[in-house]
Design a protein around this ligand. Structure first.
Ligand SMILES: O=C(O)CCC(=O)C(=O)O
Ligand SMILES: [Fe+2]
Length: 230
C-alpha cells in the first residue's frame, strides 16, 4: 500500500516570515492588499460574465448589488500555498483531491507545474502554468447557483523533487448569510433544483465536517424534489 501524506504549508494571513524585518513585512502586506484589490475587481467582472453566459444578470442574483463596504459580511480569502521540494513525490500529496467551496477561485500558480484537475473518463490531467495567465476553478457554490450547469472542479496539487512551488488562491464567495440557490430562470420541469438552498456559512460547516461529501449531502432527491416553476 502506498502511504501518502499532505505536503503543503498553507498561509491564510497576509504575510508570514521566519525571520522578519518590519520593513519587509510592511511592503509584503502592501503587496497583498494591492493583490486583493485587483482580485476583487477581476472577480466582480468575472461573475457578471459567467452569469451573463447563463442568461442571468444582477437582478437574478440580488446579493451582487450589495454594497461591498460591508466587508465583514462579504469576506474574501487570499490563501498562500507553499509546497517544499519533496524527496519522494510518489509518497506525498501536496494538496489532496478536493473541490473549492467558493463561487470560484482565481489561482496564480507561479511557473511550476503541480495543479491537476480530474476529468471523468480520463483521470488526472495536469494544468500547466501559462505565463501571465490565471486559472479559474469553479467552486461548489457556483455549481449550486447554476443548477449544475457549471461543474465544480475536482483538483489537487502534486509536489516534485526539484522545485519549491508556491500558489496564490483567491476564493471569491458570496456574503455569509445569503441563501444560495439557482434563480428561477434556471429552473423548470426538466431542470428541478439539484440542491437545497444553503448559505455559505452553513455550507462551510457541512464541508468542514463532511469534506468531499458535502455537495451530495445537500443534493435534492430529484425524483421527489418539488418542481418550482411559476
Ligand atoms: O496549489 C495549487 O495549484 C492548488 C491550490 C488549491 O487548490 C487551493 O488552494 O484550494
Ligand atoms: Fe483548491
Amino acid at each position: 500500500m502506498l502511504l501518502t501524506i499532505d505536503y503543503q504549508i498553507l498561509v491564510m494571513l497576509p504575510c508570514v516570515y521566519d525571520h522578519f524585518d518590519p520593513e519587509d513585512a510592511y511592503s509584503c502586506s502592501n503587496v497583498m492588499e494591492e493583490y486583493q484589490k485587483k482580485m476583487k475587481g477581476l472577480c466582480g467582472k468575472l461573475i457578471r460574465l459567467l452569469l451573463g453566459s447563463l442568461g442571468l444578470d444582477q437582478e437574478d442574483v440580488k446579493w451582487l448589488n450589495r454594497p461591498k463596504k460591508s466587508g465583514r459580511n462579504f469576506p474574501q480569502v487570499l490563501q498562500l500555498n507553499s509546497y517544499p521540494v519533496c524527496p519522494d513525490p510518489s509518497r506525498a500529496m501536496g494538496l489532496a483531491p478536493h473541490t473549492d467551496s467558493s463561487i470560484f477561485t482565481v489561482l496564480n500558480q507561479s511557473n511550476i507545474s503541480g495543479l491537476q484537475v480530474f476529468k471523468d473518463g480520463i483521470g488526472w490531467v495536469p494544468v500547466h502554468p501559462v505565463p501571465g495567465a490565471l486559472v479559474v476553478n469553479v467552486g461548489d457554490l457556483l455549481h449550486i447557483l447554476s443548477n449544475g450547469r457549471f461543474k465544480t472542479a475536482v483538483h489537487r496539487a502534486v509536489v516534485n523533487e526539484l522545485y519549491h512551488r508556491i500558489s496564490i488562491a483567491y476564493f471569491y464567495s458570496p456574503p455569509y448569510d445569503v441563501k444560495i440557490s439557482p434563480p428561477m430562470k434556471l429552473i423548470d420541469q426538466d431542470h428541478p433544483p439539484l440542491y437545497r438552498p444553503v448559505t455559505w456559512k452553513e455550507y462551510l460547516g457541512i464541508k468542514g465536517t463532511h469534506f468531499n461529501r458535502a455537495l451530495d449531502l445537500i443534493r435534492n432527491d430529484t425524483d421527489q424534489a418539488p418542481y418550482m416553476h411559476e
